[in-house]
Design a protein around this ligand. Structure first.
Ligand SMILES: Nc1nc2c(ncn2[C@@H]2O[C@H](COP(=O)(O)OP(=O)(O)OP(=O)(O)O)[C@@H](O)[C@H]2O)c(=O)[nH]1
Ligand SMILES: [Mg+2]
Ligand SMILES: [Zn+2]
Length: 382
């Protein structure tokens, strides 16, 4: 067994509850006893005298118990034991290291992840995933993650591996706020690309409308005009005043949706406004820049009871795009097509006569969206 395999199996052992672990160690001990009884390996010689007059004493080396724990786990991975229990289909509503909560027929099962699934947990297991669960006498185990209909993912800011945010949602509600925190269009552009790539539909929710009025409000709302132009459904709302909440409810009715965005924009507050019984924890905004306090720390799926399922997620600082290709980028800026740049395969960068660039200069295309585009182009050209 190679080192990686050993490490991943040992990591799995650490996720087991103490009674499961005790059972495993008991079995390993039995296995070791049998092994020792049948072992034909020559005994180690130490001290005493052998045939040739050398001094020897034979002692039996006892292999560490861990070896037998690993042996059992490896064997079970190759051919899962037929334990008593039933196989069920469910949906993941929360995930933690090595474990998942799964809704099965209206009941929440606390499950462990099978070792082969745990190995790729960040990429392969997330809230919204449809799964096959084996419900045993003591433990329920997620045995299989079913193919996703839609996905939303990003590179993990620390490790760089692909990290699934949610799976199988119909609608992604990108939440921004006016005032505190101020409306940041750049993250909206990035989310829109990730949503389109993953196959879900976007909705832009502009929250905290109660905070501003007059020219200040107009200035913030001007930032969302480009999204209106490209046909993104927009809800202007206030979780506090309750405005726009009905419109949001209508857009989400009967669907599975997720709320994403920076910390402190009011994702959890909007969910509470949609269904006060949820009583999700909400936090303040902490500094002069109106940055949130990362109140929600893990994603969870909530059932509104009318066929609507909504996922609350922790606020993100930034949002990267997973392995996007340079040629792919202009597809996600549909407004570029409207000006019909005459160059085929134009990167709309510095090419003289590029219609996109000219339209930006004339103010017909949003300079902010164009800047996002240039930023992304730059990041994929490295
Ligand atoms: N004035 C006003 N404040 C709001 C509104 N919506 C949310 N807030 C406040 O904004 C702060 C952050 O709200 P949360 O709902 O915790 O924000 P979040 O997006 O869930 O933040 P994270 O969980 O950290 O990602 C709280 O103090 C809310 O009371 C709104 O419509 N108007
Ligand atoms: Mg929250
Ligand atoms: Zn061009």
């Amino acid at each position: 067994m190679d080192l990686k395999k050993r490490q991943s199996l040992l990591a799995y052992v650490n996720t087991l509850e103490s009674n499961e672990r005790n059972k495993l160690y008991k079995r390993a001990n039995e296995l070791r006893k049998r092994h020792m009884a049948h072992s034909t390996k020559p005994r180690e010689r130490r001290g005493g005298f052998d045939d040739e007059g050398d001094s020897v004493v034979t002692v039996r080396r006892t292999p560490p118990l861990e070896e037998f724990v690993l042996k059992i786990l490896e064997q079970e991975e190759a051919e899962p034991a037929v334990e008593p229990g039933i196989t069920l289909r469910g949906v993941i509503v929360a995930v933690s290291k090595g474990r998942a909560e799964v809704w099965v027929d209206g009941e929440t099962l606390d499950c462990v992840l099978a070792p082969d699934i745990m190995k790729r947990q960040q990429t392969d297991v997330t809230v919204g995933d449809d799964v096959i669960v084996h419900r045993g006498e003591a433990t329920s185990t997620v045995r299989q993650v079913l193919p996703r209909r839609t996905a939303l993912s990003r590179p993990d800011p620390d490790s760089g591996v692909q990290r699934a945010i949610v799976a199988n949602v119909d609608v992604v509600v990108i939440v921004v706020s006016v005032g505190t925190p101020p409306l940041h269009p750049r993250i909206v552009d990035r989310f829109l690309i990730a949503v389109e790539r993953g196959g879900a539909k976007p909705v832009l929710a502009v929250n905290k409308l109660d905070l501003l009025e007059g020219p200040e409000l107009a200035e913030e709302l001007a930032k969302i005009k480009p999204y209106e132009k490209i046909g993104v459904p927009i809800v202007r709302c206030s979780a506090q005043a309750g405005s726009g909440v009905d419109q949001l409810r209508m857009l989400l009715h009967g669907k599975t949706g997720v709320f994403v965005g920076h910390s402190g924009v009011g994702k959890s507050s909007l969910l509470n406004a949609l269904r006060p019984e949820l009583q999700l924890k909400t936090g303040g905004v902490s500094d002069g820049y109106g940055r949130g306090r990362h109140t929600t720390t893990s994603s969870s799926m909530l059932d509104l009871g009318d066929g609507t399922r909504l996922i609350d997620t922790p606020g993100v600082r930034a949002f990267g795009l997973w392995k996007i290709r340079r040629e792919e980028l202009p597809w996600y800026f549909p407004e570029f097509e409207t000006v019909q740049c005459k160059f085929r395969d134009c990167a709309h960068l510095r090419e003289p006569g590029c219609a996109v660039r000219e339209a930006v200069d004339r103010g017909e295309l949003s300079p902010i969206r164009y800047e996002t585009y240039l930023g992304l182009l730059d990041s994929v050209s490295e």
